[in-house]
Design a protein. Structure first.
Length: 271
């Protein structure tokens, strides 16, 4: 899977750290999408927890070829490194005019690691329209810890993203991002294939770092989102900075001294 990859840039990684997601539109070829619809309709056999990707999906299988696409493989390597393990996967199917909207939730929220994260790949083999529902997510919510469906009482949040995308789109989510599947109000069956990956290496400088000093990196990390007020958004910036320090190994990185001022622990004695 590492032979042909298009690694993410530092700007893209910073955008993921700020938003909690990365979207790759129409990266899966049309012929694979047609095959994918048939594969997902038949179901994908389960894989035991912790199985390395190279052993989870047989060579030349649809799932293996999906993960070997250069942009998909490069994004996966950039986020979790080489040879991650498969936590689990699932085929999500919504029948026409069927199902209910999932409560807004975060997955496996007992996972509160500040220095590592899993990613979930979501593959959409067909174009998803607003009527078909798709996946709703709240950009920038992944570092605001909740307990599973604590947010389930909220029907809509300002700035939420209701996925509308072309066929062959792949989205990577941080495991903590608030999200939920929407009801399918269309006349078509809707398919989505999800895989959760666990890293097996330290998630540090795994992407193309040639633009690490680009000023756009700090601008991406300083992004604001409509669902929180400016003052409460300081917590999001603080946690993003901590995660970026971990990802880069740069313990001095900061934005407007948000972390520097609260980590000040003078050890000298007063004279």
């Amino acid at each position: 899977m590492e032979n042909s990859q298009e690694l993410l840039s530092s700007v893209q990684m910073a955008r993921f750290v700020a938003r909690g997601s990365l979207r790759l539109d129409a990266v899966v070829p049309a012929e694979m999408n047609a095959e994918g619809l048939a594969v997902l309709a038949d179901g994908v056999p389960p894989v035991p927890y912790g199985t390395p990707v190279s052993k989870a999906y047989a060579e030349n299988s649809f799932a293996r070829r999906l993960l070997e696409l250069p942009q998909v493989s490069g994004a996966l390597h950039s986020l979790v490194g080489p040879q991650p393990t498969v936590d689990h996967h699932a085929v999500h199917i919504r029948e026409p005019h069927g199902g209910e909207a999932q409560p807004l939730h975060g997955d496996a929220i007992i996972d509160v690691r500040p220095d590592a994260f899993d990613v979930q790949l979501m593959y959409y083999p067909q174009a998803v329209t607003l009527e078909m529902g798709g996946t709703l997510s709240v950009p920038g919510s992944h570092l605001r810890r909740i307990n599973e469906s604590d947010t389930g009482r909220y029907q809509n949040l300002r700035g939420q993203d209701r996925l509308v995308c072309p066929a062959g789109t792949v989205v990577f989510l941080h495991h903590g991002l608030w999200h939920g599947g929407r009801r399918n109000d269309s006349d078509r069956v809707r398919y989505m294939f999800k895989i959760r990956f666990n890293p097996t290496v330290r998630q540090r400088l795994l992407w193309d770092t040639s633009d690490l000093d680009d000023p756009q990196v700090a601008r991406e990390l300083d992004a604001t989102f409509p669902w929180y007020e400016w003052a409460t958004g300081r917590l999001e910036r603080y946690n993003r900075i901590l995660l970026w320090r971990e990802l880069t190994g740069d313990d001095d990185f900061d934005i407007d001294y948000w972390v520097t001022r609260v980590s000040n622990r003078p050890q000298g004695a007063a004279i």
